[in-house]
Design a protein around this ligand. Sequence first.
Ligand code: SF4
Length: 287
Amino acid sequence: MRNLKKPPWLKKRIPPFQDLLKVKSILDEADLHTVCEEARCPNLGECFSRGTSTFLILGRVCTRDCGFCAVEHGVPISPDETEPEKVAQVVKKMGLQYVVITSVTRDDLPDGGAPLFAKTIQAIRALDSNIKIEVLIPDFQGKHSSLEIVLKECPDVLNHNIETVARLYPVVRPQAAYQRSLDLLRRSKEDYPHIPTKSGFMLGLGETHEEVLELLRDLREVGCDFLTIGQYLQPRPDRLSVVRFIPPEEFDEYKRVGHEMGFKAVASGPFVRSSFHASQMFENPKI
Ligand code: SF4
């Protein structure tokens, strides 16, 4: 497919290089990965320069190969059992008060790596129980036992991205299932109603307006509280092409509709990503 020319609203200011390098060197020293770098997030500079990042645990190689994702795909190495402590130490060093923990999908592990999420939450709280922790989890192949391992630690936010509309799953998330992701969010809300749930998706992959409305209704139906909507940007030439650049006014309209449907917070805009301004969404839901 022919590459679309980026519209003017997708131009970004480059943040100060020194701030960016400082965060990067702390992470490199601890041999930790961030989804910001692995997924080539367009907000990396801005987040790093503000001293925030989303920690990627369970390695940097994913067992799945989603059509939009830049994370390396293949056979991962065994989980690093010292990773939770390393993450906690870096969180302390960076002075973070709100942390997002995510992982690649580990279909090779019977428990999907859920215990490492739990241990990372424990390690951070052991250092400072006031730090807020959001987990952005994979679908654990629908295993409730794995979800329970994470929920038992009572993260401050349980995030799981639905990523796109149901019809596009075979090309966008071929190894995932739309209903399975909805079930995970529903289960979390049913079993731990006090933990806010969050999800997000991208626009620009070929979805229709009606399909987006249906997706919003489905997320509300499973009790999802917080929502992020952003523009899909092709991270590498071998990844799915952008079908359409969505104008900012359309993002505003979905935000309005989302609030009307009952989401507690909706971040919707071309550069919105799952963890972008996550702490503001948690602390001030009326964004
Ligand atoms: S499961 Fe997550 S990390 Fe793995 S390819 Fe898909 S989006 Fe990327």
